[in-house]
Ligand binder design. Structure first.
Ligand SMILES: NC(=O)c1ccc[n+]([C@@H]2O[C@H](COP(=O)([O-])OP(=O)(O)OC[C@H]3O[C@@H](n4cnc5c(N)ncnc54)[C@H](O)[C@@H]3O)[C@@H](O)[C@H]2O)c1
Length: 313
C-alpha cells in the first residue's frame, strides 16, 4: 500500500500521520475542524524536531517526511486514491455511525480501520454495503512512539482484510496483535483494567499511597515488563520454567484473584484523594510539560528497545 487517508486528526490521528509518512506512504488527512486540520503538519514537524533533538537518527530529512502529509479540503478528496483509511474521530458511536456510510463510498478494496479504544467495529459497520473491509486497528497513544496495535475484526471482516492490515502495520513499523474475535476492551485495556482495579483498591484500603503504587510499577514490575510480558516473566522466575512457577505459586494467585473478584467503583472521594497525591508531585500547570517529558522518555526508550531487539543486551 502506498496511499493512506486519515479521517480525524486530533490527538491520535496526528500521531498516525507521522507513523505512515515516516514509513514512506503518502498521507491525506481530513478533519472538519479547521484547527485540527491545520495542526497536523505542525505536529509532525514538531515531533520530528523533538526526535532529532534527542539524537534519534532519522532515515531522511524532516522535509521529505513532511512533504508526504497533505491536508484535504473534503472527505471525498481525502478518500480519493486511498488504499487504507485510518479513522480517528471522537469515541462516540453516533459519530462513527454517521461517518461510516460516507467512508463506504471508497472503492470496496479500500480497508476501513477504526482507532476506537473500545467500540467493536460491529457497533458501527453492520449496515454497510462493503462491511467486510471494516475492522478495528487500536493504537496506544501516541502510536508514533508506541508500536503496539490491536487488530480486531468484526464477525463479517474478510480474512484477507485482516491479513493486509497486519502486513501494513508491520510495513510501517508497528507491532500488531490479532484478536480472533471482538471482546470488550480488547486486550490492552482488559490488562490495564485488572491492574487499575487493584491499584485503586490498594489505595482505598489504605495499604499504600498512590505514589507507592506508581513506584511498584516504575521501579518494579515495569522494568521487566518494558521488554517482556507476564508469561515470559514467570517462565524465567522458576528454574524449570512456567510449569514449576505455576505449581509453586498458582494456589497463591488463585487465592488473590478470589479476593480481587468483587469489582469496586472508583468513587469521587477516592479519585479526589488520589488526585491530591498526584498534584503534590506534578501540579496541574505542569501537566503539559510532564506529557512532553513522557514522550521524550518514550522516544529514548524506543531506541534502547530496538537495540535490545537487534541482539544487544
Ligand atoms: N487519545 C487516546 O489516548 C486514544 C488512544 C487510542 C485510541 N483512541 C481512539 O482514537 C479516536 C480519536 O481519539 P482522539 O483522542 O484523537 O480524539 P480527538 O477528540 O483528539 O480527535 C478527534 C478528531 O476528530 C474530528 N472529527 C469529528 N468528527 C469528524 C468527522 N465526521 N470526520 C472527520 N473528523 C472528525 C474532530 O474535529 C477531532 O479533531 C477515538 O475513537 C479514540 O477512542 C484514542
Amino acid at each position: 500500500m502506498t496511499h493512506v487517508a486519515l479521517v480525524g486528526t486530533g490527538v491520535v490521528g496526528a500521531s498516525w500521520s507521522l507513523v505512515f509518512a515516516r514509513a514512506g506512504l503518502d498521507v491525506m488527512t481530513y478533519d472538519p475542524n479547521g484547527n485540527a486540520a491545520g495542526r497536523v503538519v505542525d505536529f509532525v514537524r514538531a515531533a520530528l524536531a523533538d526526535l532529532a533533538a534527542q539524537g534519534i537518527p532519522a532515515r531522511e530529512p524532516a522535509d521529505a517526511v513532511l512533504a508526504r502529509v497533505k491536508v484535504a479540503g473534503s472527505l471525498e478528496a481525502a478518500l480519493d486514491g486511498a488504499q487504507y483509511v485510518q479513522e480517528s474521530v471522537p469515541e462516540r458511536v453516533e459519530i462513527k455511525r454517521a461517518l461510516y456510510p460516507l467512508l463506504d463510498s471508497a472503492p470496496p478494496s479500500t480497508v476501513l480501520a477504526s482507532s476506537t479504544s473500545g467500540l467493536p467495529a460491529s457497533a458501527f459497520t453492520e449496515g454497510l454495503t462493503h462491511r467486510a473491509r471494516c475492522l478495528v486497528v487500536h493504537p496506544i497513544n501516541p502510536p508514533h512512539l508506541i508500536p503496539l496495535v490491536e487488530i480486531v475484526p468484526a464477525p463479517w471482516t474478510a480474512t484477507d482484510v485482516v491479513e493486509r492490515t497486519t502486513a501494513l502495520m508491520r510495513q510501517v513499523g508497528q507491532s500488531p496483535i490479532r484478536l480472533r474475535r471482538e471482546i470488550n476492551g480488547f486486550v490492552v485495556n482488559r490488562l490495564q483494567s485488572a491492574l487499575l482495579a487493584e491499584a485503586f483498591r490498594l489505595v482505598e484500603d489504605d495499604i499504600v499511597q498512590a505514589e507507592e503504587v506508581d513506584r511498584a510499577m516504575s521501579d518494579g514490575l515495569g522494568l521487566r515488563w518494558f521488554f517482556m510480558g507476564p508469561f515470559e516473566t514467570i517462565d524465567l522466575n522458576a528454574s524449570n520454567g512456567i510449569a514449576e512457577y505455576c505449581r509453586n505459586l498458582g494456589p497463591m494467585y488463585h487465592g488473590l484473584a478470589r479476593e480481587q473478584a468483587d469489582p469496586r467503583e472508583w468513587t469521587e472521594a477516592l479519585v479526589a484523594r488520589i488526585e491530591r497525591d498526584l498534584r503534590t508531585q506534578v501540579p496541574a500547570s505542569a501537566l503539559p510539560e510532564r506529557r512532553s517529558w513522557r514522550d521524550r522518555v518514550l522516544a529514548y526508550l524506543g531506541t534502547v528497545k530496538q537495540r535490545v531487539e537487534n541482539g544487544g543486551s
